[in-house]
Design a protein around this ligand. Structure first.
Ligand code: GTP
Ligand code: MG
Length: 834
């Protein structure tokens, strides 16, 4: 890679060297922001920490402060700086200066919304400098004003108290050797760094000091210079060819570099390298891509920008091997997440070797011999790293062929998808067992349900665990419960894919309506309005399967089904897939007429064995007996009370107005909005509360008025026989968006309510008016986290009215240009509780 083309031309044709002096005012500002965040009360949502180090060798600055935040905070949009590695000092005149400036925190492709490929493709600009991600520890080098060289690791400098050699000391030792060979001194380097106002960023890769995942024997060990940053608050970095040139001048090892102009080319290069996990025949950890980015090309200038592309495998497998080996040496619990089979093989080998050679274990825990042991094992298996990583796939095919029984089917569904129908049909075809959650009453249902499934498995080859499992925590519960009690079960997800929600609603509503009272809990014949509410609840709470992470990566296989396709079609998919996945479990696919008959029987013959009252679902009640001949049972229905009366506006319109406003307003409100969006905290439905039942005592007549309007509208809807998931509409209003107000906790839109026809008479002859009891009518956009309730908007807006926007109260506001008006629909919202 050293010989790769530069793209900037060759030899002397280097780009201009960037230079910018520090502006003390800017540094002071940054320092203030950091100090303020570190001691603010109440503290901000992130944590800023300062660590002071004395610089003994320096006559000049007697200390440097390292500033850092928690790793996970760097995804936030409201930090004072994104520099990873930031050391600041003050001189004898108390003037602050940045001594070390690391890169702005950068992320892996797909790690944050900003690093999704489509964003990278749209927002970044070449040349793209692809550098090898060297695998060691980061070292920053910088010069102080008096010619002292400062060597820092990620966030510390100096020696350790325990006498062990620190990272920064190891870096300094290495540097001394390289400078000695050139006949230069540390002071020479310090002066040059200081004059240029830069930090040199290098990776110390040296197995004799500390082994990481990739091997750096004596011939490869060194300080790999990979970047040079200007010591400025903003992130500004040298082009890689200049970094390489600097490495040449000062005896650093060069970091491999490839230059590309086109992002499409970059992506295909990275993806093909990822297939092998190696570059030019060597295992590598990944690449860092340096380019320029604008969040809005055309209007916002481009700035220096890094993202990374880390290889998944075999790197992750190696890391797991390393951790597992240490666990067996230190007799800790093993945590084998992936690559089970090959890791078990590796550990067998490692155990034998460690038992035969105790020195190996001791060295290993100090990070010596890791790579040798791994390579010995691969040689012993006649496998390359990449082949070992793929071993699982091949092996698991063999493992699947061994499955002949002990299969548990776990539907992921909502009401009416056909779980029970499919379970009965599978029972007809293959005699599988079937446990229905709806047949269980009383407390602690989940463990009892799972125990019943496991019990059934003693007498049946497979069991359908008939429950919706619509949310991840339910899947987690059953997967973990089974794993604890019965390790060898094969867990198969029957995944009813919820993509077209409207179509799913239509199909399941009509099926459940047609089913009438023929169900334990959902008795649509008598309680349709409630039933529709329950169905909608499941749809709203549905969390789609994500097999890439826990808990859903705990399924051995996933069979995708369509809620709208019909049970016959779904049955065929299940059977065909099972035959393919587990050929010795479903040895042959039954004939079509057998499948027809099984589904028909399931649809026509089924009657539940018990019935619950809806309100008692999940409570410890005794079930009523099933009705004879499917006669509907009349039950007393208790109504849910009104929670609040609100004016509802379309989500899409509110979001598009917010985005329009933010397209030319990029202040604190924008950053908070982005934070809410990224954290998924922007409300999915927007409304203006006219009155909540919490204020019923203060305004009893008004509450009675709204309650009556709601009850009348419900009665009118019932009279027409209409069934809807939404409470009935009781009026229309225009909602004018005026201002967006926020602090660090909550964001709300101040609105003006405009009656469409102020003189219109309501049905009862009264003039229709809509009173809002809140001091400021508003729409809550979102809150920072669950601890901040939406009603806090009221407090925010009162403070805003009284105090305005000040630095102390942290309130910001933005005007909606042109004061857009949205259509609002007035309707009541019911309490979740009866
Ligand atoms: P819950 O137990 O309420 O969560 O529903 P479920 O997923 O178990 O659905 P179920 O199997 O009970 O199916 C709902 C209704 O639709 C039943 O009355 C079934 O007989 C009927 N049904 C199931 N599959 C089909 C189908 O393919 N076509 C038609 N027309 N009806 C079906
Ligand atoms: Mg069912």
């Amino acid at each position: 890679m050293d010989g790769a083309q530069t793209g900037y031309g060759t030899g002397t044709d280097l780009p201009e060297v960037p230079y910018e002096a520090q502006d003390t005012r800017e540094v002071e500002q940054l320092l203030r922001a950091l100090e303020d965040a570190a001691k603010r009360s109440p503290p901000p949502a992130y944590t800023v920490r300062r660590n002071r180090f004395s610089v003994a060798s320096s006559k000049h600055g007697s200390y440097v402060d390292s500033w850092k935040m928690n790793d996970w905070d760097y995804k936030r949009k409201d930090l004072p700086t994104y520099a990873r590695g930031l050391f600041i000092t003050r001189d004898e005149h108390k003037q602050p200066s940045i001594v070390v400036r690391g890169y702005d925190k950068f992320f892996n492709v797909n790690e944050t919304p900003d690093t999704w490929w489509d964003k990278i493709e749209k927002r970044t600009q070449g040349p793209y400098e692809i550098t090898l991600k060297e695998n060691g520890c980061i070292i920053f080098l910088s010069g102080l004003a008096d010619g002292t060289l400062l060597v820092c690791s990620k966030s510390s400098t100096g020696d350790r108290d325990d006498g062990e050699i620190s990272h920064s000391r190891a870096g300094e030792n290495r540097l001394e050797k390289q400078l000695e060979q050139l006949g230069k001194s540390k002071q020479d380097l310090a002066r040059d760094l200081y004059a240029r106002n830069i930090t040199a960023v290098a990776e110390l890769c040296d197995d004799s000091f500390e082994e990481h995942i990739l091997a750096y024997g004596p011939e490869k060990a060194g300080l790999y210079l990979h970047g040079i940053n200007l010591n400025l608050p903003k992130f500004s970095t040298y082009p890689s060819v200049l970094v390489q040139d600097y490495a040449r001048q000062w005896g650093f090892t060069k970091t491999g570099l490839i230059l590309m102009q086109d992002i499409g080319e970059v992506r295909s290069f990275l993806e093909s390298a990822a297939e092998t996990g190696a570059y030019e025949g060597h295992d590598v950890e990944g690449f860092v891509i340096r380019c320029r980015m604008s969040p809005k090309p055309g209007s916002v200038p481009y700035q220096d920008y890094f993202f990374k592309y880390k290889f998944e495998e075999p790197y992750l497998m190696y890391r797991q091997w390393r951790e597992c080996t240490k666990a067996i040496i230190l007799e800790r619990t093993l945590n084998i997440k992936k690559h089970q089979a090959i890791t078990q093989e590796y550990l067998k080998y490692a155990r034998d070797r460690i038992a035969a050679d105790p020195g190996l274990g001791q060295g290993y825990c100090k990070n010596h011999g890791i790579i040798q042991l791994r390579n010995d094992f691969l040689a012993h298996m006649h496998l390359t790293g990449a082949e070992a990583a793929r071993f699982e796939l091949v092996h698991s095919e063999a493992a699947r062929a061994k499955v002949t029984k002990d299969v548990i089917f776990v539907p992921i569904a909502t009401i009416g998808c056909g779980k029970t129908t499919l379970a009965i049909a599978l029972g007809h075809l293959f005699g599988y067992g079937h446990i229905q959650n709806d047949d269980i009453t009383g407390s602690k249902r989940p463990p009892r349900f799972t125990d019943m499934v496991l019990d059934k498995l003693k007498t049946h080859r497979a069991v359908i665990a008939d429950r919706n499992n619509a949310q991840r925590h339910e899947r987690k519960q059953i997967l973990e419960h089974v794993e604890r009690k019965f390790l060898n079960a094969t867990m198969v997800a029957l995944n009813f894919v919820h993509d077209d929600i409207d179509a799913i609603r239509a199909v399941t509503h009509s099926r459940v309506l047609a089913r009438g009272d023929n169900h334990q809990t959902i008795q649509a014949g008598t309680e349709m309005s409630k039933v529709v509410g329950i169905m909608e609840g499941f749809i709203q709470r549905f969390e789609p399967l994500d097999a890439s992470r826990p808990p859903d990566n705990g399924f051995h296989s996933v069979i995708d089904l369509s809620p709208t396709a019909g049970s016959r079609a779904n049955l065929e998919v299940i059977v065909t897939q099972l035959h393919k996945l587990y050929p010795n479990f479903v040895k042959e696919i039954p004939p079509a007429d057998a499948m027809d008959a099984a589904v028909e029987a399931a649809i026509n013959e089924y009657t539940p064995v018990l019935r619950h009252k809806i309100a008692d679902r999940g409570k410890n009640n005794s079930p009523s007996q099933p009705p004879k001949h499917n006669q509907p049972v009349k039950q007393a229905v208790k109504k849910r009370p009104l929670e609040y009366m609100g004016v509802h506006v379309a989500t899409k319109e509110v979001i598009s107005e917010l985005e329009r406003t933010f397209s030319h307003q990029k202040g604190a409100s924008y950053r908070f909005f982005e934070q809410l969006q990224q954290a998924g905290r922007v409300q999915s439905h927007f409304h203006v509360t006219l009155m909540h039942r919490a204020s019923a005592k203060e305004r009893p007549e008004l509450w009675a008025h709204y309650s009556k309007m709601h009850a009348d509208a419900e009665a009118a809807a019932a009279a027409t026989g209409s069934v809807s998931v939404m409470p009935p509409e009781i009026g229309k209003l225009e909602v004018q968006l005026e201002r967006l107000v926020s602090d660090a906790r909550v964001m709300a839109i101040v609105v003006r309510l405009i009656s469409q026809n102020a003189n219109a008479k309501a049905d009862d002859g009264e003039t229709q008016t809509w009173t809002c009891v809140n001091r400021v009518s508003h729409i809550t956009v979102g809150t920072r986290d669950d601890s901040v309730k939406p009603k806090e908007s009221n407090d925010l807006l009162v403070r805003w009215l009284n105090e305005g926007c000040t630095e102390e109260n942290g309130i910001a506001d933005v005007v909606f240009e042109g004061k857009p008006t949205l259509h609002g629909v007035v309707r009541g919202v019911l309490s979740r509780h009866v």
